[in-house]
Design a binder for this molecule. Structure first.
Ligand SMILES: NC(=O)c1ccc[n+]([C@@H]2O[C@H](COP(=O)([O-])OP(=O)(O)OC[C@H]3O[C@@H](n4cnc5c(N)ncnc54)[C@H](OP(=O)(O)O)[C@@H]3O)[C@@H](O)[C@H]2O)c1
Length: 348
């Protein structure tokens, strides 16, 4: 019997949050097969799909680091998948890979869009998307090239209980820094301090956040890792140390309102000058040469227990991917957010 395949196609450009069932259309069709493969291509079935805030940017018809998605196109996305058939020397049937599959169940991917998973013993397969995957690699590279934390320095991380933030904070601890996390609930703050070794964690929703940040950074901020932008970035600029480094990794607080008139400007930008701050945006894809080094270091720290993983895995198959995407903006995830498209043990 012909295998069926459900895929999300971009149907309507969202204003604000995406609307599950409307922004994307879930379409069922016949799955591609080994007969459809050309040289250099691989047929995969998706097991986990990564849910990333940055995917919101492809839904704008504006300049970004990735081309905008056209209406009618398959939604882009990265996942963990099992190879069903291969016409590439890079992967063989049965291999587990990370691949740019898009939001679908079965896909044909080019050999340049996949990486065979090669994790150290003791790691989980989901680490290939999380702690030792693109997420961890982002943390490693941003700290290595821009943050450059030194022992004894104060490192502040926003989005601290999210996928990237928890790894940034833990790497900064490995470097001997004092680490202050910023997150959106008291429970998340407790987790950061009690389980993940952060020195202090602050709830940015507290009415006294500004005073609490000042109290937590008596010697000012040497490295600020920004996952959220907006007012939190502004408050951290006001606490910047002389010659501090501001790693601009993401701006989730404005992803649903890019260019909107109600977005407030940054009041404390003058501190970039006053404190001679090095403030630099970066996109992890620009540092591909560093990936092997990052993967090796992260894998080693994971199995040694120097870095702990946190994951939020939503079950329910391909159909829940669009509604799960909004969980990022509601802060429902702790650590890496992904959807289980098919249980690992059931994948062929
Ligand atoms: N530059 C790069 O190459 C690169 C690579 C990967 C990721 N990123 C960026 O890094 C950031 C983190 O990505 P991730 O995958 O690790 O996601 P994540 O942090 O796991 O998930 C997003 C988190 O952001 C927080 N958040 C949502 N809305 C917020 C708001 N208005 N203000 C403050 N916090 C808010 C929520 O936690 P709370 O409960 O704490 O609010 C939520 O759990 C994103 O901005 C992403 O685009 C950049």
């Amino acid at each position: 019997m012909t295998r069926k395949n459900s895929t999300f196609y971009f149907a309507e450009r969202p204003q604000g949050l995406i609307v599950p069932g409307k922004t994307f259309k879930l379409v069922e069709s016949d799955a591609p097969t080994a007969d459809d493969l050309e040289d250099g291509q691989v047929l995969v079935e998706v097991i986990y799909l990564s849910v990333d805030p940055g995917m919101r940017s492809v839904l704008y018809d504006s300049r970004s680091y990735v081309p905008a998605l056209a209406l009618g196109e398959k939604m882009k996305g990265n996942g963990i998948a099992r190879v069903l058939a291969s016409k590439s020397a890079k992967a063989k049937e049965g291999d587990l890979v990370t691949a740019l599959t898009g939001w679908t169940e079965v896909a044909i991917v080019g050999e340049n869009e996949l990486q065979v998973i090669n994790l150290p013993e003791g790691a989980n397969v989901t680490d290939a998307l999380g702690a030792a995957g693109n997420t961890g690699i982002t943390a490693y590279i941003g700290l290595k090239h821009i943050g450059q934390p030194k022992a004894g320095e104060t490192v502040v991380v926003s989005g601290a209980a999210g996928a990237t933030g928890i790894i940034v904070g833990q790497i900064a601890k490995i470097h001997g820094c004092r680490v202050v996390g910023i997150a959106g609930s008291d429970d998340k703050c407790r987790l950061l301090v009690d389980e993940l070794g952060f020195d202090v964690a602050l709830n940015y929703k507290s009415p006294a956040f500004r005073e609490e940040l000042a109290k937590a950074t008596p010697k000012y901020i040497d490295v600020y890792w920004d996952n959220v932008g907006g007012e939190i970035l502004d408050e951290c600029l006001a606490r910047a140390a002389v010659h501090s480094r501001f790693v601009i990794c993401g701006s989730i607080s404005i992803y649903n309102s890019l260019g909107a008139a109600e977005n407030k400007g940054i009041r404390n930008l003058i501190q970039v000058l006053m404190q001679r701050i090095r403030m630099e945006g970066f996109i992890v894809f620009d540092y591909r040469d560093d990936y092997p080094e990052a993967r090796q270091a992260l894998g080693k720290w994971l199995v040694e227990g120097k870095i702990k993983r946190k994951e939020t895995i939503v079950k329910g198959g391909i159909g829940v991917v669009d509604s799960t995407f909004n969980d990022l903006f509601a802060g429902k995830n702790v650590g890496k957010l992904m959807v289980e498209v098919k249980p690992l043990q059931e994948a062929h």
